[in-house]
Design a protein around this ligand. Structure first.
Ligand SMILES: *Cc1c(COP(=O)(O)O)cnc(C)c1O
Length: 365
């Protein structure tokens, strides 16, 4: 069986260190706040080329708090790409604003800049740059549009730990960035977790206060915030895993390069494009084919697990009927039935990748 994701095998590699880290937190009974979360915030900020990092409860909260910290007028329009996880748009609405969908690029699947321009109005205040599948968005292009129209850029980096745009890691290239440490992400906790990154000390303080009941000191609440913290047990686990992340990312890239070269000749599938300015970290490796369901079934019968990211484009979700935005001409709207994610992760061997590629070739022969 070739697994789509294998967290158990990852744990077995680092068991001794992780167990010790967990034990240490429990022994000291420092569950909320403490040494490990401080360490993680410092190390993760530096890892992602950012000045500030604030640990929060999950990636969805990270997005929502980041948007709230911008202090936009209620009901501002925020542009979100039509292919993403629902959290990217949900956070906009939850923060009191209006979702406006734009299209995705048909080759690297990140935000389509021409489409961003086409949905701008006088009420547009921000754009969510989702570094989808671990591929960075075209940040210079997006910044040009943002500067011209006075928009903030919120980077959704939930799938892009370690990804680089022109040599800089994502997260603080735009105004503010949100990360998820959901277990299945490239850097995952053993439960929920998330982080906000920014180079602005003002925004960092605002986010930290929103996530901690509007306070800096214990009972001196300056406004009503909420409780969204990354706990110390998760931080301790993440501190161990962060040391391995570069190695794991390199393995993902090796597997991706193997898929790219061995599937090159299969004309029934479209392979993902990695732009020359991108270091893509392949949270998932997504191909496109008209025979998506048939291929997925065939692979499953041959012991190969696959996934779909995402089976229903966001504008088609029942949750967005109320928007009444017609996105029927979008690439993302019309191609969700063709997307297929191949097994990806540090758990795979070259032999596994070879088997996956061979099974795909055999299916189309
Ligand atoms: C996982 C994910 C999120 C949400 O993160 P959670 O930690 O699960 O709340 C947001 N955006 C994208 C693109 C994601 O993949």
């Amino acid at each position: 069986m070739i697994k789509f994701l294998d967290l158990k095998s990852q744990y077995s590699q680092i068991k001794v260190e992780v167990d010790a880290a967990i034990h240490n937190v429990i022994e000291k009974a420092t569950f909320i706040g403490g040494e490990q979360i401080k360490q993680l915030e410092k190390d993760f900020a530096s890892y992602q080329d950012a000045n500030y990092c604030i640990g929060v409860a999950n990636g969805t909260d990270a997005l929502e708090i980041a948007i709230e910290a911008l202090g936009l007028p209620n009901n501002s329009e925020i542009i979100v790409p039509a292919n993403s996880f629902v959290a990217s748009s949900e956070a906009v609405t939850r923060a009191g604003h209006k979702v406006v969908f734009c299209d995705c690029d048909p080759h690297n699947y990140t935000i389509d800049l021409k489409s961003v321009v086409s949905v701008l109005t006088k009420n547009t205040r921000a754009v969510i740059a989702v570094h989808l599948y671990g591929h960075p968005c075209d940040m210079d292009g997006l910044k040009e549009i943002a500067d011209e129209h006075g928009l903030f850029i919120i980077e959704d980096c939930a799938q892009a730990h370690g990804a680089e745009y022109k040599g800089t890691r994502v997260g603080a290239i735009g105004t503010i960035g949100a990360f998820s440490f959901y277990p299945g992400k490239n850097l995952g906790a053993y439960g929920d977790g998330g982080a906000i990154l920014t180079n602005s000390s003002e925004l960092a303080t605002k986010c930290r206060m929103i996530a901690n009941h509007g306070r800096i000191e214990k009972y001196n609440h300056q406004f009503e915030g909420r409780n969204s913290r990354l706990d110390n047990l998760q931080a301790a686990i993440l501190n161990v895993k962060l040391k391995y992340l570069d190695n794991w990312t390199n393995k993902r890239i090796e597997i991706a390069d193997f898929y790219l070269s061995s599937l090159l000749g299969v004309k029934e599938i479209s392979l993902p494009k990695r732009e020359e300015w991108a270091k893509q970290v392949y949270h998932v490796f997504v191909i496109r084919t008209k025979l998506r369901d048939e291929l997925a079934n065939y692979l499953n019968e041959h012991g190969i697990q696959t996934g779909v990211h995402y089976p229903i484009a966001l504008p088609k979700l029942e949750a967005y009927n109320y928007l009444k935005q017609d996105c029927s001409t979008y690439f993302a709207y019309n191609n969700d039935a063709e997307l297929l994610s191949l097994p990806m992760g540090e758990h795979l061997t070259k032999e596994d990748a070879w088997q996956v590629a061979n099974a795909i070739k055999a299916f189309f022969e």
